[in-house]
Design a protein around this ligand. Structure first.
Ligand code: SAH
Length: 343
């Protein structure tokens, strides 16, 4: 059991014999205050060592790279069984956001995505997800970590149970508001349906990239299983029941999804949902040759969307120089997997 995989009642069992206020101190210290066991100075030293021993950290730092004048910090972590994952901390004027991974690798095989090109290793546990947020909060220092986005490696809705338990922890124990937690999906409909029935009002982002089935089948093969019409319907019922704005992610690829026709198709999808579109400059990856759309054409495309009545924002491209697009740092870094978990 790793440090953040344990529940509060399991912690109480583990520290049997300790008064209940102590359990509270440990829990609050590890979660709300993002402390290392050695920093829990309000509890006896022997107990700090016990916790350190019984509840080891799940993530070992492998590499850290910084860009954008220190405002983007990308971390590569190794898990207990050798697999690798990434998280990225981004400081903005008004907020600090961590982009977390939900899986080691990804099975969705999106052609332009570095993680998709690597393939799937395994789901992350609740603790492995929560610990990425805690470590980033520690790293954030005087800037309070305010937002969490599930836009790192993996498909969060394909690991729904663990992701959702992590979301609840991040909200309840780390104190990050549910609205500031964004779950991003390539369009796994059963997961969207489950999300529709959850009480916590997290934000939903859908990585659409094309509103044309033929093109989308190429970019995101999961579209063959969950085609656009069905995705649209799932999003419509999500919207009806939650009354929350959905955002659509659109990585811009020259000649693929940046034409006027592509804009029209996108507008037809987005407008009835009153969705907001984020236009993302494509990060080049080794397995996808098609170039990204240039900055000028991205702005042109944004205007096309506006003229069709769709609000769109051009996303600043953070950390391109440090391969901060998901999976890229890891793709560069070959660490041998020492121990494979049995399937
Ligand atoms: N599987 C989830 C979350 C991980 S991807 C999802 O698909 O939403 C996080 C975001 O980064 C997605 O919007 C994804 O499409 C985008 N992305 C992946 N590869 C990219 C690339 N090479 N350039 C720009 N954005 C990319």
């Amino acid at each position: 059991m790793t440090r953040y995989d344990i529940s509060r009642s399991e912690l109480a069992e583990l520290l049997e014999g300790e008064p209940s206020y102590r359990i509270g101190q440990v829990w609050e210290g590890l979660h709300g205050q993002h402390r290392e066991p050695s920093e829990l100075t309000n509890i006896p030293k022997a107990l700090r060592s016990t916790i350190e021993e019984l509840l080891p950290a799940a993530l070992t730092p492998v590499r850290e790279v910084t860009s954008d004048n220190g405002k983007t910090i990308k971390q590569l972590w190794q898990l207990g069984d050798g697999y690798l994952l990434e998280s990225v901390l981004m400081h903005y004027r008004d907020r600090s956001t961590v982009c977390v991974s939900s899986q080691a690798g990804c099975a969705m095989a999106c052609s332009f995505c570095a993680t998709g090109q690597i393939g799937f290793d395994r789901h992350l546990t609740v603790g492995e997800i929560v610990e990425q947020v805690v470590r980033s909060a520690q790293n954030s220092k005087d800037k309070r970590l305010s937002n969490v986005v599930f836009m790192g490696m993996g498909e969060p809705l394909a690991n729904f149970d663990n992701v959702w338990s992590a979301v609840e922890r991040i909200h309840r124990d780390l104190g990050i508001s549910a609205r500031k937690i964004t779950v991003s999906t390539v369009g796994v409909i059963p997961g969207i349906e489950r999300l529709t029935h959850q009480a916590l009002p997290v934000s939903l982002a859908v990585s659409l990239h094309s509103a044309n089935d033929e093109t989308r089948n190429q970019l995101a093969p999961v579209n063959r299983t969950y085609p656009l019409r069905k995705l649209f319907e799932a999003l419509q019922s999500y919207k009806r029941s939650k009354n929350r704005r959905i955002s659509l992610e659109w990585a811009m690829m020259a000649g693929v999804n940046d034409t006027e026709l592509a804009g029209r198709e996108l507008a037809e999808f987005a407008r009835p949902l009153n969705a907001h579109v984020n236009l993302i400059p494509l990060n080049p990856t080794p397995g996808y040759e098609n170039p990204g759309t240039d900055q000028e054409s991205i702005v042109w495309f944004q205007q096309i969307l506006e003229s069709f009545g769709v609000n769109a924002t051009v996303r600043a491209n953070r950390g391109t120089d440090i391969d901060a697009a998901c999976g890229q740092l890891r793709a560069e870094h070959r660490v041998k997997v020492t121990k494979r978990r049995k399937p």
